[in-house]
Design a protein around this ligand. Structure first.
Ligand SMILES: [Ca+2]
Ligand SMILES: [Ca+2]
Ligand SMILES: [Zn+2]
Length: 290
């Protein structure tokens, strides 16, 4: 009898898992949270080797390896790409850009980074408005609009379509493609936008995490290396919604880091960068953007 109950419970659990998986699939269809192109494992190893030798040379010179909280000011160049003057045409008002900067500074409050609006430009261009990652339109827009050097964040708002929320470039690619450096987000993902449940501005928080050198928390799945950050528990795949107590790598310590900005959960659910993520962002900024 007990055994039968157990089997029934197992069957129900399996059904539950299947329906959760189906819900996740439909969420994925509705929204591709992020289209940032991830480095291959070999590229990651090269990036990590280069970081280790950078840190070793800094240490040999007695240079500080940890920047103080709030000690690095990051100039932000906003590029609002639109097809007309209204918000529905992508012309995000200055108030929403200011709100986005405030959301970033709250999210990065425990890090060295303070984001400061340097300039805003507005461009009416129907081709650039719907640019997709890796497209000729993206290259043309960035070539025309990019400002500043490696230290500056170029933040583009556009309407890429297909449920796509945003994408970013990594610090390690700045040297070879400086004009492409930056972050593109769906304009309705800014705070107060219409991209519910991605309407609190954390698409930019997440994409800028990549721009600062972080991978997804589910990068590398349940492998020992996983996302290359030691205080984020390994995670098998992206989490959607806000699945509290999810443990997709049961053989690895800790519940999934679903409240992390580098997962795919709803904006209200993502609330933190970990200390080791902060350290990595600091080191990457010093190496590539300092
Ligand atoms: Ca980790
Ligand atoms: Ca686990
Ligand atoms: Zn991402």
């Amino acid at each position: 009898m007990k055994f039968q109950n157990l089997r029934r419970a197992a069957a129900m659990a399996a059904l539950l898992v299947m329906s959760v998986a189906a819900a996740q699939d439909s969420d994925q269809a509705l929204s591709k949270r992020c289209m940032t192109v991830m480095p291959t494992l070999a590229e990651r190893e090269t990036i990590d080797r280069n970081l280790q030798s950078f840190l070793a040379s800094r240490a040999a010179r007695g240079a500080s390896l940890n920047s103080a909280v709030g000690s690095i000011s990051v100039p932000v160049y906003f590029h609002v790409i639109n097809i007309g003057n209204t918000l529905a045409q992508g012309n995000v008002p200055d108030s929403q850009l200011a709100d986005q900067i405030a959301v970033l500074n709250a999210a990065y409050a425990g890090t060295p980074f303070v984001y400061t609006l340097a300039a805003t430009d507005r461009t009416n261009n129907a081709d650039w408005y719907t640019m997709s990652p890796g497209s000729a339109e993206e290259k043309a827009a960035k070539k025309a609009l990019h400002k500043g050097g490696a230290e500056s964040l170029n933040l583009y708002t556009a309407n890429p379509g297909g449920g796509l929320l945003g994408w970013a470039t990594f610090p390690s690619s700045y040297a070879t493609q400086p004009k492409m450096d930056g972050v593109v987000v769906l304009y309705t993902s800014l705070p107060g936008g219409s991209a519910v449940p991605y309407d609190e501005g954390d698409t930019a928080t997440h994409e800028i995490g990549h721009w600062q050198g972080l991978y997804h928390t589910f990068q590398g799945s349940c492998t020992a290396q996983n996302d290359g950050v030691s205080d984020t528990p390994a995670e098998r795949s992206a989490a959607y919604g806000c699945p509290v107590d999810r443990d997709s790598c049961p053989g690895k310590a800790g519940l999934d880091p679903i409240t992390n900005f580098m997962d795919y959960v709803d904006d209200y659910c993502m609330t933190e960068f970990t200390p080791d993520q902060t350290t990595r962002m600091d080191q990457m900024y010093q190496q590539y953007r300092g």
